[in-house]
Ligand binder design. Structure first.
Ligand code: PEP
Ligand code: MN
Length: 342
């Protein structure tokens, strides 16, 4: 249920309604939008009907939410959510680009990439330090040493930093070093981990699961929000289909679907979606055109030597050219990619 408060409701009235709902056994979430203030109340709906909540001072109306996802839904918050970290901003009128190597491999590799992607206009640097690889014999990541390098890259360049967490141990360490955490496709339904990232106060990039429906993906975001972390960024990274020519199949239609159903930002990762650097540019431009709020792109100074995902990584030059092209597409659409030109 959503308890819609009168715009003129006082803090005291809002507090009182929240308290009453909690007494009735509801978990409450106060959501202050520009147009309205609502209290999301998760619990047994029948409890509310006989409770007299509707008659409390400051309450405008009570609206049931029919969809299984509640806090994620536009029914709770009509306007787009914008998430900001340092200069990185995503959602609403903001288009945010995260770029960087699949994995942090060395200080030189990461710092060099960070400066180059910043010059090209990215506002956040990514790099995996705990890599959930298909084979146990593949490079597993630099772990805490990699996290320290990410922190250094973030401090030196001013870029926001993102890394994937794979369990509570890596999460506890990552929050000490980086600005945002990522839940990978393979962990999208690791509900324990989703709840754990729901208790941190840093944004979460939530990748779509390999075979997850849009509803399952939205329910994963609901898990995070239900614990109190409202900064969730959806990331479409391609899904499994019968097609084998590309690594995955990029479901671009998920972007406008999410935009219709949710107030949260949605970005697209054309690197993992296609598996091929030649396809990254076309799909990135497509993503911008269909309304994505940003991109996550793998960039490596020497893709042929990358320890992970080299074939899908752009060189810094190719990334810079793509950013220029995206700029033109954005202008044609009446949008601005806030670029830092040097
Ligand atoms: C990644 O971002 O490097 C990654 C492993 O992505 P995904 O979880 O989408 O496969
Ligand atoms: Mn990768």
């Amino acid at each position: 249920m959503v308890v819609v408060m009168d715009l003129r409701a006082s803090e005291k009235e809002i507090k009182n309604v929240k308290k009453r709902l909690e007494e009735l056994g509801f978990k409450t979430h106060l959501i202050k939008g520009v147009e309205r203030i609502v209290i999301g109340a998760i619990g047994d709906r029948t409890q509310i009907e006989s409770s007299g909540i509707e008659t409390l001072p400051g309450v405008e109306k009570i609206v049931p939410i029919m969809k299984p996802f509640k806090l994620v839904s536009r029914e709770v918050k009509a306007e787009d959510t914008t998430i900001r970290v340092k200069e990185f901003a995503v959602g609403g009128s903001e288009f945010g680009v995260i770029a960087g190597p699949c994995a942090v491999e060395s200080r030189k590799q990461l710092l060099e990439t960070a400066w180059l992607v910043k010059k090209a206009g990215a506002k956040a640097i990514r790099g995996g330090t705990y890599k959930p690889r298909t084979s146990p014999y593949s490079f597993q990541g630099m772990e805490e040493d990699g996290l320290a390098l990410l922190a250094e890259a973030g401090n030196e360049t001013g870029l926001a930093t993102v890394t994937e967490v794979i369990d509570e141990k890596s999460l506890a360490l990552a929050v000490e070093y980086v600005d945002m955490v990522q839940i990978g496709a393979r962990n999208m339904q690791n509900f324990h981990l989703l709840k754990a990232v729901g208790r941190i106060n840093k944004p979460v990039v939530l990748k779509r699961g390999l075979s997850a429906t849009i509803e399952e993906w939205m329910m994963a975001a609901e898990y995070i929000m239900s614990e109190g972390n409202y900064s969730v960024i959806f990331c479409e990274r391609g899904i499994r289909t019968f097609e084998t020519y590309t690594r995955n199949t990029l479901d671009l239609s998920a972007v406008p679907v999410i935009k219709q159903l949710s107030h949260l930002p949605v970005i697209v990762d054309p690197s993992h979606a296609t598996g091929s650097w030649r396809l990254v540019g076309p799909m990135a431009k497509g993503a911008l055109a269909v309304g994505a709020d940003g991109l996550l792109i793998e960039v490596h100074p020497e893709p042929s030597k990358a320890l992970c995902d080299g074939p899908q990584s752009l060189t810094p030059d190719n990334f810079s050219n793509l950013m220029n092209e995206l700029d033109s597409v954005a202008r044609a659409l009446g949008k601005i990619i806030n670029k830092e030109r040097s």
